[in-house]
Design a protein around this ligand. Structure first.
Ligand SMILES: [Cu+2]
Length: 456
């Protein structure tokens, strides 16, 4: 189940760089014809080397499928409809694109709009930047502003969300080779023959076709208002991102030597608060806490006070991974292919501890800040964030299949301010449910397959 939650700024209307006439949500997602429980079991079973490829894609929950492509399914698209976005002529319109899917990257274009303006990324306004398309890994959001001043426009055009199928780990089979989801954009408000029900006849005249599975021009966007990143990082953590094949041929996501297996009976937050209340000093460790948490299952990085944290994501997998940090915005300082070239390359001292030359501060001047950032296959990304939000925060690949296979970890922030916090009784009770109840919807335990390396 997915839905949009838009947090409006009080002064949002005044801050609009362009006075848009409408503000609409466009949720884009991949779509599977089988429930996730079965797909998850299949994708985690021995010998399975890649995540399941989706059967289709939807825009705001709708699309019209060609049943001839699904001969083995009971398929009736006679009642199917496209989502429709009505845009009045002679103005600007804001479309909030959200990739709410599990796996697919999308490239979004609109016919007869060879350029639109990207004006917001993951909730952060940027100086409007013309782009021919928006490239979106799972979890990312972009606002685009389109203009409808052009009189010669047809009455309706297609909004297209193309699945970037080359970003999948495997080639889709023909029945799953879905190219794009479509929605109707209707231009309204001019006195001309109404074409109310007619579908657009426009072709994809925007010939963009992005093949690289990586963040859009991260260094070119200018957040507004500007906010510099701290020049000095208290800690720099290197995270080796990989997918590894282990015992019983089980393929799992890893961050360093850790593959995340949460304790469903006892969430990290509960253990931390209980430990602090008992004055158990293993919960007071700074940095990677290997005393209170078993790092093979739970990689937990803990800080007592507000600190500036760097993460170097070094991807040893050929697949891209879009990482999402809960509760914080990340400054994306740099990213690239191959090995991280070292801090000095960006004018920073070793471990990110300040600028080499204070006159040369462009790396931290006003970097993109966002909460989902992709690291390309065999590439790296340098992230900086201020751990100022007390709590336990997940940091995970936003490809659902990867996070469920273990590509996740947690940050505990401002632990010293969490002393005295208590877990509400209702939350405690949720964890007291029988194990089989807690395991509903969760990935099967690895032990399900022990002794069955042939996949049975
Ligand atoms: Cu991933």
């Amino acid at each position: 189940m997915v839905g949009p939650l838009i947090v409006h700024a009080k002064d949002e209307v005044d801050r609009r760089p362009l006075p848009y006439a409408s503000d609409q949500v466009v949720m884009i997602q991949d779509w599977y014809h089988d429930p996730s429980a079965g797909l998850l079991k299949e994708s985690l079973s021995p010998g399975s080397e890649s995540a399941p490829v989706p059967d289709g894609a939807l825009i705001n929950g709708a699309d019209v499928v060609d049943c001839s492509r699904h001969p083995d399914r009971r398929c009736d698209s006679s009642q199917a409809r496209y989502s429709v976005f009505n845009l009045s002529r002679g103005g600007y319109h804001r479309l909030r694109l959200l990739n709410v899917g599990a796996y697919a990257w999308f490239e979004v274009t609109m016919d007869r709009q060879l350029n639109f303006l990207i004006s917001e990324i993951d909730g952060v306004d940027i100086m409007p930047s013309p782009e021919r398309s928006a490239v979106m890994p799972p979890g990312q959001r972009f606002s685009i502003t389109v203009n409808t001043y052009v009189d010669e426009e047809p009455a309706a055009v297609w909004l297209r969300a193309r699945i970037m199928s080359h970003c999948f780990g495997e080639n889709p089979t023909p029945d799953r080779d879905v190219r794009e989801a479509r929605a109707v954009v209707r231009y309204t408000g001019l006195d001309r023959p109404s074409a109310e029900e007619a579908l657009p006849t426009t072709d994809k005249d925007n010939d963009v076709f992005t093949t690289e599975c990586r963040n859009m021009h991260t260094r070119l966007y200018v957040p507004e208002p500007a906010r510099p990143a701290p020049a000095y990082a208290h800690h720099s953590y290197y995270l080796r991102v990989n997918v590894e094949i282990g015992d019983w041929r089980l393929q799992r996501g890893f961050l360093n030597r850790s593959s995340y297996r949460p304790d469903r009976k006892s969430p990290t937050l509960h253990r931390l608060l209980d430990g602090l209340a008992a004055k158990n000093e293993v919960f007071e460790a700074e940095g990677v806490n290997e005393k209170a948490f078993d790092p093979s299952k739970e990689l937990v990085i803990s800080h007592g006070e507000v600190e500036v944290i760097d993460i170097i994501l070094q991807n040893f997998d050929e697949m891209n991974h879009a990482f999402h940090l809960h509760g914080h915005q990340m400054f994306v300082l740099a990213n690239g292919h191959g090995y991280f070239p070292g801090y000095e390359h960006f004018g920073l001292k070793p471990e990110g501890k300040g600028l080499i030359d204070p006159e040369n501060s462009s790396i931290v001047a006003n970097p993109t800040r966002r909460d989902v950032t992709a690291v390309e296959g065999f590439g790296w990304t340098l992230i900086r964030f201020v751990a100022d939000n007390p709590g336990a925060w997940l940091f995970h690949c936003h490809t659902v299949w990867h996070s469920e296979s273990g590509m996740a970890m947690q940050f505990l922030s401002r632990v010293n301010d969490m002393r005295g916090w208590s877990v509400p009784q209702q939350s405690r009770e949720m964890c007291e449910a029988p194990a089989e109840e807690l395991e509903k919807g969760a990935p099967p335990l690895d032990s399900t397959w022990f002794g069955h390396a042939d996949g049975r």
